[in-house]
Design a protein around this ligand. Structure first.
Ligand code: HEM
Length: 520
């Protein structure tokens, strides 16, 4: 049968993006049937040019991830008292509303299709589409971070990610950086324990990590930390378990979340907050703004304030999960920043990278725009697809203030929280660094089997490092806890096996199995 007269079997007709019907999607246009091609193959040129641009830059960190839609509902109280005592944020005070959310889980260091079994912190980012506009809580699974000064972030990520020459992650580079950054010891203790490989995204905790503020109707603020507790329970993987999964499936966490939601087994997390009076708290042996520190439950109890349910998979990975853009600056009335330097550094970085990664009008995309109406004079730029710029007057007013018309600022905001700040401009570390105290305490609080795994994982990672790095790391493990130091020390003495030697052993094993036949 002539291809032109093939039946369509009721299928919709293929068009190009100009709406032209595509009559042949199998053959380019050529001089004679063997070619050459001619340059006016518009359909081919458009198709291949679009394809050439199908991938956008991946995230500079947290490239591998998966997402889901759901909702958050506040319980409206903190330890029996109305939550409005602490915050006027409607997402917390209005208990009748189920606030829609989009959550993206991720790993940090490696690229978009890297295995989900790697030892790495996990991202836990939530976009709340509240009645007052968007609130993003961009956190991790662990409760602390490696560093406390944002100036160190690019160096830290360079050291952690693959070597720019070989494209192979080299733990010697990572521990070279860590051995000079004692504030990282607490996080390293978590990451090299079984807490460094959460079993799935459904079975991990989340934390805002930083200290934020809640502001009430009188403009009075308290310091808060946020924590998510999975109703499914917490599960971590031992290295051997992770290796087994990775051998057959490197998308297991994405698959687990997707299938649970498809099967209507909706994952849930309860939100807890810890609260501290605003201030420096000289009675503590750490600074409450330090993101490398835990506020212990014993001194600052967790208060249950709400529940999040994830109940819908995205319709399209690229449109939603890939293009969603979270940022620590995205707060609503009643929520505020603290002076945590790392938090302030992050707040610049996210929207900066998103203007490059997604484009200057990234906030117009359905996944990023708030569910409430946006009325703004920020118009134009590449891919601004709004046609309705608001009420037209002659002349049109896209500035403020104006006598003629246009938008008007809100003259009735709540009482502003106005912290008093004074001091010399300086470049200095915070006074109460206390880099080892909590790392040692975390080591002592681990179960015995978790300690065993921690030591084994650290020894395996450090055995490939040169002696001066090992020695510096050992000094710091001893500073954290004598037993911790002694066990890593002993482990390194017993292990002479570097990463390269381990790989060579594996290659020799493979060689002993014989060479494959070459059928050509
Ligand atoms: C992603 C910067 C520390 C959690 C990102 C991205 C950047 C960035 C540029 C990519 C964003 C995008 O392309 O949309 C920084 C800087 C930090 C820092 C400069 C420190 C100075 C942290 C900390 C946490 C964190 C402490 C956890 C509390 C995340 C998460 C994502 C992310 C969860 C992925 C968000 C998503 O799923 O789209 N970060 N980050 N980061 N960061 Fe950070």
């Amino acid at each position: 049968m002539d291809k032109k007269s093939k039946p369509n079997h009721g299928k919709e007709t293929l068009t190009n993006q100009q709406g032209h019907v595509v009559t042949d999607n199998q053959n380019v246009r050529t001089v004679g049937n063997r070619g050459p091609m001619t340059l006016e193959n518009y359909d081919f040129l458009e198709k291949i040019s679009h394809f050439d641009r199908e991938k956008t830059p991946e995230r500079i960190v947290h490239a591998r991830g998966t997402g889901a839609h759901g909702y958050f509902q506040s319980y409206g109280t903190v330890d029996g008292e109305p939550i409005s005592k602490y915050t006027r944020a409607k997402v917390f005070t209005n208990t009748d509303v189920q606030t829609p959310v989009f959550v993206r889980f991720s790993s940090v260091v490696h690229s978009k299709h890297s295995p989900e079994t790697l030892r790495d912190p996990r991202g836990f980012a939530i976009k709340f589409y509240t009645e007052d506009g968007n609130w993003d809580l961009v956190g991790n699974n662990l409760k602390i971070f490696f560093i406390r000064d944002p100036l160190k972030f690019p160096d830290m990520i360079h050291a952690f990610r693959p070597d720019p020459v070989t494209n192979i992650q080299n733990l010697e580079r990572m521990f070279d950086f860590v051995s000079q950054s004692p504030e990282a010891m607490h996080m390293i203790t978590f990451v090299y324990s079984p807490w460094g490989i959460p079993a799935t995204y459904r079975h991990m905790q989340g934390s805002g990590v930083h200290t934020y503020k809640w502001v009430n109707a009188e403009g009075k603020a308290v310091l808060v930390k946020y924590h998510w507790e999975p109703v499914q329970g917490i599960k971590n993987l031992r290295q051997e378990e992770a290796n087994k999964i990775q051998a057959t499936n490197f998308n297991h966490a994405t698959q687990d979340l997707y299938e649970a939601i498809e099967n209507e087994d909706y994952p849930e997390w309860e939100l807890y907050v810890q609260i501290m009076e605003d201030g420096e708290h000289p009675e503590l042996d750490y600074d409450p703004l330090d993101p490398t520190k835990i506020w212990y439950k014993e001194t600052h109890p967790w208060h249950k304030v709400g529940m999040m349910v994830l109940n819908k998979n995205p319709d399209n990975f690229h449109a939603e999960t890939e293009q969603v853009a979270f940022g620590t600056g995205v707060l609503v009335d009643g929520l505020d920043f603290s002076d945590d330097k790392l938090l302030q550094g992050r707040t610049y970085s996210y929207s900066d990278t998103q203007r490059y990664r997604v484009g200057p009008n990234y906030l117009q995309l359905p996944i990023n725009r708030p569910h409430k109406k946006v009325s703004t004079n920020q118009t134009g730029g590449q891919m601004d697809f709004r046609q309705d710029y608001g009420e037209f007057k002659n002349p049109h007013v896209d500035y403020e203030p104006s006598n003629i018309g246009g938008l008007k600022e809100d003259n009735n905001p709540g009482v502003e929280h106005q912290p008093y700040v004074e001091g010399e401009l300086q470049r200095n570390a915070i006074p109460r660094e206390n880099n080892f105290g909590q790392a040692g305490e975390t080591y002592r609080r681990l179960d015995e089997w978790e300690k065993d795994d921690l030591i084994k994982n650290l020894v395996s990672a450090l055995s490939g490092c040169r002696k001066e790095i090992q020695d510096q790391m050992l000094n710091m493990f001893y500073e954290c806890d004598k037993d911790y130091g002694a066990r890593v020390d002993q482990g390194l003495k017993n292990s002479s096996n570097s990463q390269t030697e381990k790989m060579e052993d594996a290659m020799h094993d493979a060689e002993r199995m014989g060479h494959p036949s070459d059928p050509y």
